[in-house]
Design a protein around this ligand. Structure first.
Ligand code: GAL
Length: 673
């Protein structure tokens, strides 16, 4: 048997996979801390995120720091063999800060200044916040640089979760600086980009430009789009400032900030990704989301891995059971937390951490589950938590292995921001949800998928899908053409390529930048009434949207049978160079979409896998591979395969049973799976 090196480079001080949670000891009397450490050992915890919301305890008054208690926390954890992901604690400024700096409180689009009493109550462009946050981060870095428990830095927490966009005067000035930079100091260029000839909006001096605050009717779309870009960059600037300071003081200690890859779309994470030493993610199941929990997890994992450029990443938060912030907070069934954690690991996470270690007894999140529930250790949650600790220990050899996908879904945040703005042809033409729907269709069919930026190198993918790519700049459009010319297959969804990076319509017929590549011209858009459907002559159904299209240089695969554009092409295909470019002029329901994507070349990892049986392959560069078989159904399922189940030690040869709700991780021969 191969003996492998079980050290992940991701968090060099933590061998194997990481296991743990946010640990908030400041919520508890100090006498409890040794018990926490003892129970962490028992559960197999080896990494704890400490101090995320401890600013008020660390700096009880301006410039007066109290680190003694944190010293004792870190010493206690270290003695128990638990490494620390140390937070810079800058996500929740204390009341003394907010009281002293009322101008640092965020202002919403209606001009309402928000107040403190929650968290992230600051304007991202506030110099007072920046100064106070950096001072705290600097003190922490100096104090703990040489502490043996320090394994990584956790900057802030979920940037932009509550304050992604502020509309105050400080922001307005920062927005103008950002715009001056973007438009080379030329107000004329800004006027042109935003199309300010319309509705008499022309600016004649920079000081007239402001954030898109509440106004009488539809705001300028170019202004809104640039404001979203600016707002993402404003938070990124804060992250960079903390990161640079940590790099300078603690070289070699990896720095991360936890992303929210799932439903959160307010930041352009493609611009953030390259700035982090290691990519990390928080993910929570949303009970009333349009796609099932397994698909939600897979999307989050695939997106985080893709942002990491395919490298391993770390799940920094998820829940052992219920959360506290949805209308109905559903608890997890026995075994479900194990399955969810391993589903993240299957997609490249180097372990699993939760929010949080010990369930709070007070505060806004007292009804949020934790590793150690209110009811203590004689519980379902604790049994699953300790079992998961054992599983992750047994999976140590997978550390450093990666997942490879042959299919990529294109995701561009500014494109989604623009398409989901006001005054569009149909409110039903969502972007982010549509991308997640396509991903879920592929997931259900057993196809491992990456997310990709339209401008990145796509040559490694057999199939590239653009479900909703409304905005496309010239460089990305050329990239897609080159991809197809080089032999790739591209499938483009409706209302793509129609505007440039300023949200200005590309004239001459839609789909603008993709017209030649797809070989079609669309002369008019025909969105459908709410809930309406049209029939296509290949037996599929169209929903939400139709178009009056003409195939110029493409084969018509399916046409509309009825609806406002009966007889017109609905699905087309064009051979271009050695590749193929498909176009869908309507939104196909899941089953029809699945069929079309399969025709276009999407192939599952395990042909004929039972429904609800998720299969993902992780492999080391030397070929050692692992097949994760995750059964999201209630009934046992069986797949054909061979190898050792790392979780139980069972050898399988031929038939591999996967219990209902259970997981099997097979060590498979190089190239298998
Ligand atoms: C996350 C946050 C945690 C906790 C958790 C609850 O968004 O980072 O601090 O609030 O949600 O689900």
């Amino acid at each position: 048997m191969l003996v492998c090196l079980i050290v992940s480079d991701l968090v060099p001080r933590v061998p194997g996979l990481c296991y743990g949670a946010d640990y908030n000891p400041e919520q508890w009397p100090e006498q409890i801390w040794p018990e926490d450490a003892k129970l962490m050992r028992q559960a197999g915890v080896n990494l704890a995120t400490v101090g995320v919301f401890a600013w008020a305890m660390l700096e009880p008054a301006p410039g007066r720091y109290e680190f003694g208690w944190l010293d004792r926390v870190l010493d206690t954890l270290h003695a128990a063999g638990v490494a620390v992901d140390l937070a810079t604690a800058t996500a929740a400024p204390p009341p003394w800060f907010s009281h002293a700096h009322p101008g640092a409180m965020p202002v919403d689009g209606d001009g309402r200044r928000l107040t403190y009493g929650s968290r992230q109550t600051f304007c991202p462009s506030s110099p007072a916040y920046r100064e106070a946050a950096l001072a705290l981060a600097e003190r922490l870095a100096d104090r703990y640089a040489d502490h043996p428990a320090l394994a990584m830095w956790h900057v802030h927490n979920e940037y932009g979760c509550h304050n992604a966009r502020c509309y105050c005067d400080t922001t307005a000035a920062a927005f103008r600086d950002w715009l001056a930079d973007r438009y080379g100091g030329e107000l004329a260029a800004l006027n042109e980009a935003w199309g300010t000839a319309f509705w008499s909006q022309r600016y004649t001096a920079w000081e007239q430009v402001q954030p898109p605050r509440a106004t009488t009717t539809i705001p300028n779309p170019g202004q809104v789009l640039d404001f979203h870009r600016f707002s993402s960059d404003a938070l990124l600037r804060l992250f960079r400032a903390e990161r640079d300071l940590l790099h300078a003081r603690t070289p070699g200690v990896p720095v991360t900030t936890n992303m929210m890859n799932g439903g959160f779309t307010a930041l352009d994470y493609w611009r953030w990704a390259g700035e982090l030493d290691l990519l990390s993610n928080d993910h929570y199941i949303v009970a009333d989301a349009p796609v099932e929990p397994g698909a939600q997890i897979a999307y989050a994992g695939d997106l985080t891995r893709s942002l990491a450029g395919g490298a391993p990443w770390l799940l920094l938060e998820h829940s052992t059971s219920a959360v506290n912030w949805q209308p109905r907070n559903l608890a997890k069934a026995p075994g479900e937390l194990i399955r969810h954690s391993l589903a993240h690991v299957a997609r490249g996470s180097e372990g699993a951490l939760f929010f949080q270690w010990r369930a709070s007894g007070a505060g806004a999140e007292k009804w949020h589950s934790a590793m150690l529930p209110h009811a203590g250790t004689g519980t379902k949650i604790w049994r699953d938590v300790t079992a998961l600790g054992g599983h992750l220990r047994r999976l140590a050899e997978i550390a450093g292995s990666t997942v490879r996908a042959e299919v990529a879904l294109l995701l561009d945040y500014p494109s989604g921001w623009a398409a989901e703005g006001t005054s569009q042809p149909s409110v039903d033409m969502t972007t982010f949800e549509e991308i997640r729907r396509w991903h879920a269709v592929l997931w259900r069919d057993g196809i491992t998928t990456d997310l990709a930026h339209p401008g990145q190198d796509l040559a490694g993918y057999r199939l590239v899908l653009a479900p909703a790519l409304y905005l496309l700049d010239d460089t990305a459009a050329a990239n897609l053409s080159a991809y197809v010319a080089g032999g790739g297959t591209l499938v483009v969804g409706p209302y793509s390529g129609v505007v440039d990076e300023h949200d200005r319509v590309r004239l001459g017929g839609y789909p603008g930048a993709l017209r030649d590549l797809l070989g079609i011209v669309v002369e008019e858009l025909f969105p459908l009434p709410a809930g309406a459907a049209v029939r296509l002559d290949d037996g599929s159904t169209g929903r939400v949207w139709t178009e009056h299209a003409r195939a110029v240089n493409a084969t018509v695969v399916a046409s509309y049978v009825d609806g406002p554009v009966a007889g017109r092409p609905a699905v087309t295909r064009r051979t271009a160079g050695s590749g193929t470019a498909w176009y869908l002029g309507t939104r196909l329901p899941d089953a029809d979409l699945g069929r079309l994507l399969s025709t276009a070349g999407a192939t599952p990892l395990l042909p004929a896998a039972p429904a609800q049986l998720e299969a993902v392959h992780r492999a080391h560069p030397d070929g050692r591979g692992y097949l994760f078989l995750i059964n999201h159904g209630r009934d046992a399922a069986t797949v054909t395969g061979a190898g050792t189940d790392l979780l139980t030690g069972t050898e399988h040869d031929g038939q591999v049973p996967v219990p209902g709700g259970g997981v099997v991780v097979l060590r498979v021969a190089a190239g298998d799976g």
